[in-house]
Ligand binder design. Structure first.
Ligand code: HEM
Length: 702
């Protein structure tokens, strides 16, 4: 008992020595190198387990300032989630410039070879709420904040180079339509419902984007394996004030990769945090993901000769028409210390450009330039969100903006206005006519009108080009995705309306979807606003599979083991995989591990129920005869194999695995995606085969 009548006995909870209070509650005290717990005011706290009360069993007292402060703060922990892109995950890193781009731009970041600029990147899904699952079929945000020496430049892009709509005035309607339906508040994080398809089928300009969103681009395997795009046409402006149009591209060094839909559905159950865990694990283990920044630059002459309007965000410029030139690399090498302070409070804004980078008249971009500042004020609670460390520039900054909620970097001294005559000591900052940001002096005249340019009216040609640029596997996935989504629409007229658009894109696709939906007859093609160009050349760069990475680096191998596993073989497979730059996890009937053939104990990473094969890029089944007999009784073990097969995965196996394959319904004649591991020397060949990532020749895959 201490002098206040409190018991203070010391007990061991596992390996933790703690103090036990009179009521049996746990106390940990600030001895042995721990900081002292304090209130927000810095007052040391003596007891964080008991409210102040009148006697041990009496009422709580209002006087308990520590209790009130703790609960008040907890009550206010949430801020509004982003109105779109609510679920996201960020990381710090740097951008390294390859060569000076002085001809093109005066942007400080592009003036010196080898210049390293700190960045913060946030990846996101668009439609789902903050707590939704990572593998939703959705666009992924790819937002980059460059902390340059002349201010913050935000490149707020997506993993898809085009957008649903052409004019920002439609954005609230687009977002309302895709989010939960307002009467029932579902479905969450998916576009497979009437409102979305109703809206887009009445907005044919969305059809190109629809092709992308129904493709595997919308179910990436990892943030690390996806491209990014600035989407709009921007401008680069050099020191002479000459402007060049530009489109920004991010290309992942590890290559692109997506999952298949049946896999996505299962990953969402097995690990809703699949993408964030992947990024966390990669960065924490020192396997830093990298992208190259590429530019497509062009002048007015090219813009005038191009088939489509370069101000139309539903169109792209194919790489075959205008190649992408790499100008630097982005490396993500540090996770935030605190998710909320950094990833949640980061405020990206398209209007954050720096001298040397400017906007085009793209009406979507122009509208975004209003929206982001506006939304940050609401979401972050006032005008001083730029004071937060994650949003503040890392270069010197001086201005006369002051006060407001949570101001903590107000200008110092007497002068808080300009012009003033207070001199250099206290007069504060002044304009920099030459160095400062200057908007390109573009001529503009004409009547004030609410009018869309006729050059925006072609809605189908690039949708067709995208579809026809895909491999047959990818085309099949697009068809299946459309059938899945539209099958979830209750209204027949909406399903038919979508097919009426598909008829303007590709008749085979329209027929596949109509058949998949069980439509009796094809509807009439929708009347196009402008005659589609049927002869645009397919572009290989639009396909994921035509650009296969042909490497297993950065990927993950799951090895199912049992008691009696051959240690030599297991080690050989693990070594071959890690030498190829992959990571390995062992899955076993219990997480405690297995007893190997040579008697050694081998720990496991996951129990079979928690380690389904959907979490891995390839699998190996290394089991003993006795071990496999036990696995036959475990449904997750059968699913492990059946799913790996259905998802076209490469599978290394010992002959002893055959009964499990039979139980899982695999064909007797295994295809070449199954690689027998009879001896350690076979491991290398298996891992080499895995570099193809999927064995697509499997006819009965998902
Ligand atoms: C090319 C079209 C677009 C792209 C690529 C895009 C991209 C993004 C990205 C990546 C984010 C998430 C930023 C983050 O991680 O914090 C975001 C958020 C947001 N976007 Fe867009 N967006 C587009 C169109 C629009 C339009 C047209 C509007 C409105 C007119 C808009 C309004 C917003 C808003 C309000 C947020 C939430 C920002 C926040 O709360 O921090 N976006 N957008």
């Amino acid at each position: 008992m201490d002098k206040k009548g409190r018991s203070n006995s010391s007990v061991m909870l596992g390996e933790q020595a703690v103090n036990r209070g009179a009521g049996g509650e746990t106390h940990q005290t600030a001895d042995a190198g721990y900081d002292t717990l304090t209130t927000q005011q810095g007052t040391p706290v003596s007891d964080d387990q008991n409210t102040l009360r009148q006697g041990a069993r009496g009422p709580a007292l209002m006087e308990d300032a520590h209790f009130r402060e703790k609960i008040f703060h907890f009550d206010h922990e949430r801020i509004p989630e982003r109105v779109v892109h609510a679920r996201g995950y960020g990381a710090h890193g740097f951008f390294e410039t390859y060569e000076p781009l002085t001809d093109l731009t005066r942007a400080d970041i592009f003036q010196r070879a080898g210049e390293k600029t700190p960045v913060f990147v946030r990846f996101s899904t668009v439609a789902g709420n903050k707590g939704s699952a990572d593998l939703a079929r959705d666009v992924r945000g790819f937002a980059v904040k460059f902390y340059t020496k002349e201010g913050n430049w935000d490149l707020v892009g997506n993993n898809i180079p085009v957008f649903f709509i052409q004019d920002a005035i439609n954005f609230p309607d687009l977002v309302h339509s895709v989010k939960q339906e307002p009467d029932r508040d579902f479905p969450q994080a998916q576009s497979a419902h009437d409102n979305f398809w109703d809206f887009v089928s009445l907005m044919p300009e969305s059809m190109h984007m629809i092709m992308w969103v129904m493709s595997d681009r919308a179910i990436p395997r990892s943030f690390r394996f996806m491209e990014g795009f600035g989407v709009h046409t921007f401008r680069l402006v050099n020191a002479e004030g000459q402007s060049t149009f530009v489109k920004f591209h991010w290309k992942p060094k590890l290559g692109m990769q997506s999952v298949v839909w049946n896999e996505a559905v299962k990953i969402n159950g097995a690990d809703p945090d699949f993408h964030r865990r992947d990024l966390w694990n990669a960065i924490q283990s020192g396997d830093y993901p990298e992208w190259e920044l590429g530019l497509q630059t062009f002048d007015q002459e090219f813009a005038d000769s191009f088939d489509f309007d370069i101000l139309d965000a539903t169109k792209l410029i194919p790489e075959d028409v205008l190649p992408v030139t790499p100008v630097g690399r982005l490396v993500l090498d540090r996770m935030p210390e605190n998710f909320f302070a950094e990833t949640e409070q980061v405020a990206f804004m398209t209007q954050n450009v720096v001298p040397g980078i400017d906007f085009s008249n793209d009406p979507l971009l122009q509208g975004r330039n209003f929206s982001y500042l506006d939304t940050q004020i609401k979401r972050l609670g006032g005008p001083n969100f730029a004071h937060l460390p994650i949003n503040a520039p890392k270069c010197p900054f001086h201005h006369f903006q002051q006060d407001g909620h949570m101001a903590f970097t107000n200008p110092k001294g007497r002068a808080n206005y300009e012009p003033n005559s207070w001199g250099t000591e206290i007069g504060g900052p002044r304009e920099a006519p030459m160095q400062g940001f200057q908007t390109i002096a573009q001529e503009a005249e004409g009547p004030k009108v609410r009018l869309r340019a006729e050059s925006f009216a072609d809605h189908y040609s690039q949708a067709r080009q995208f579809y026809r640029s895909q491999t047959s596997v990818e085309q099949k996935h697009i068809g299946a995705a459309l059938v899945f989504e539209l099958s979830n629409c209750e209204t027949l007229a909406i399903r038919e309306r979508v097919v009426s658009h598909l008829l303007n894109i590709d008749t085979d696709l329209a027929q596949t979807v109509a058949t998949g939906l069980g439509l009796g007859a094809l509807p009439k093609a929708a009347p196009p606003a402008a005659k589609p160009k049927m002869d645009l050349k397919p572009s290989d760069a639009l396909s994921i599979l035509k650009n296969g990475p042909k490497q297993f680096k950065g990927r993950k191998l799951g090895i199912l083991i049992t008691d009696g596993v051959d240690t030599g073989l297991l080690k050989a497979v693990e070594t071959a995989a890690t030498e190829a730059g992959a990571t390995v996890e062992r899955i076993a009937p219990t997480v405690g591990g297995v007893k190997a053939s040579d008697g050694t104990h081998l720990p496991a990473h996951r129990k079979i129920d928690g380690g389904p094969s959907v979490l891995f890029d390839a699998v190996a089944i290394l089991v003993s005869e006795a071990g496999v007999a036990a696995l036959l009784k475990l449904p997750p073990a059968r699913d492990f194999v059946a799913d790996a097969y259905a998802h076209y995965k490469f599978c290394g196996f010992t002959q002893t695995a055959m009964p499990l394959f039979a139980k899982a319904g695999l064909p007797k004649e295994l295809d070449k995606g199954f690689v027998k591991l009879a001896q350690p020397a076979d491991a290398k060949g298996f891992v080499q085969a895995c570099a193809a990532l999927r064995f697509w020749d499997r006819p009965d895959g998902a």
